[in-house]
Ligand binder design. Structure first.
Ligand code: NAP
Length: 331
């Protein structure tokens, strides 16, 4: 039996129940993984409470087990699986179609798993992979970050924010981060933010224009959504780009394209479901992220950890903006 979190009805953190479940035998092209570290992402909260975009909610089976990423050891393989054998260390960081990571043991499609190299700890891979694969898509495809760029990054102390700050700085960009509280400023600076704006104290758009001498930033990365999305546009330079990738504060309102025309702005939306739908693209991103972890681009060994049985507490902390960096459940 496998201790597994199950959600029978959408709602607050308390709808997550820990039950015993038989994971079963792997079917064709599946592997069974005994998991050692499970990543907690803001998307898990959206699915649990029903605030993910409507097209994503429509695909969600109920009851379901939350969780998009984990690391563990292969216990058994199904028919046709040749790339893995029992004892191999593997990870995955996928979108909603393979939801179900909050468990001790689970079945998983072999083609969406990747080997974890020696030198990458389970806890680091579980903390970093889903978010760093997201950041990879955003900084390589949505907007190709390059030396000399100035970036405005919302929720800079969070999981995605910490990874994006470090990767962008490594590429030679200057990062202006926003946070809700003074207590998060030091972390952002340690992650490479050149400037940190505390939203409670300053208007981030005005301050960003001040920092950039009135020019505005090359690109905004927005995972916060409705509270900051529209207010970010005045801080973008002529021909600059807005990359929307999340909505921790709520879904953004529809935008009239006329709003973009005055300064010729570009707007795009990242979605893990779209960018990682193709297995080849997803596996390439995973390999490049693992290489970046090995090169020391990201902070390792310092993630917030909880027992699997304490998933409720992890969600409460994240929802109430008490967390920094990534969160990991240890089964
Ligand atoms: N599109 C995709 O495929 C994809 C993939 C990965 C992540 N994401 C999105 O990226 C964002 C960051 O994800 P994450 O897992 O790393 O989370 P996170 O950034 O660690 O946590 C969310 C942060 O958002 C900020 N926030 C602003 N308003 C909030 C509100 N009303 N409630 C809660 N938090 C609020 C908080 O930072 P402050 O208190 O400092 O403001 C909070 O720490 C999320 O929106 C997530 O859904 C999208």
């Amino acid at each position: 039996m496998s201790k597994t979190i199950v959600v029978d009805e959408l709602g607050g953190p308390e709808v997550m129940k820990l039950v015993d479940k038989d994971p079963g035998k792997p079917g064709p092209a599946e592997i069974r993984i005994r998991q050692t570290a499970i990543g907690v992402n803001f998307a898990d909260i959206h699915y649990r409470r029903g605030t993910a975009p409507a097209h994503s909610m429509a695909k969600l089976p109920i009851p379901f087990t939350p969780g998009l990423e984990a690391v563990g050891v292969v216990e058994d393989v199904g028919l046709g699986v040749s790339q893995f054998k029992p004892g191999d260390r593997v990870g995955y960081a996928t979108a909603s179609l393979t939801i179900g990571a909050y468990a001790e043991v689970r079945l998983f499609p072999a083609d969406r798993a990747f080997p974890i190299p020696k030198g990458v700890a389970d806890i680091d891979a579980a903390a970093l992979m889903y978010r760093a694969i997201t950041v990879h898509g955003m900084i390589r495809q949505c907007y190709r970050v390059k030396e000399g760029d100035i970036i405005l990054l919302h929720a800079a102390a969070g999981g995605v924010g910490s990874i994006l700050s470090r990767w962008a700085k490594a590429l030679g960009a200057t990062v202006i981060g926003t946070v809700s509280a003074e207590s998060k400023v030091e972390r952002c600076k340690a992650n490479g933010c050149a400037h940190v704006i505390v939203n409670a104290k300053e208007d981030f758009a005005e301050r960003t224009l001040e920092i950039t001498g009135g020019r505005g930033v090359d690109v905004v990365f927005d995972g916060v959504g409705v509270d900051v999305f529209l207010r970010s546009f005045p801080a973008i330079k002529k021909y600059g780009t807005m990359v929307s990738f999340g909505q921790a504060s709520g879904l953004v309102k529809p935008l009239d394209p006329i709003e973009l025309q005055h300064r010729g702005l570009y707007l795009t939306k990242f979605s893990g479901g779209t960018y990682n739908e193709d297995v080849g693209e997803y596996q390439l991103r995973a390999r490049e992220v693992l290489a970046a972890i090995l090169q020391g681009v990201f902070e390792t060994g310092k993630h917030m950890t909880y027992g699997l049985k304490d998933a409720i507490k992890a969600h409460e902390d994240m929802e109430n903006r008490r967390t920094v960096g990534s969160l990991v459940l240890i089964p």
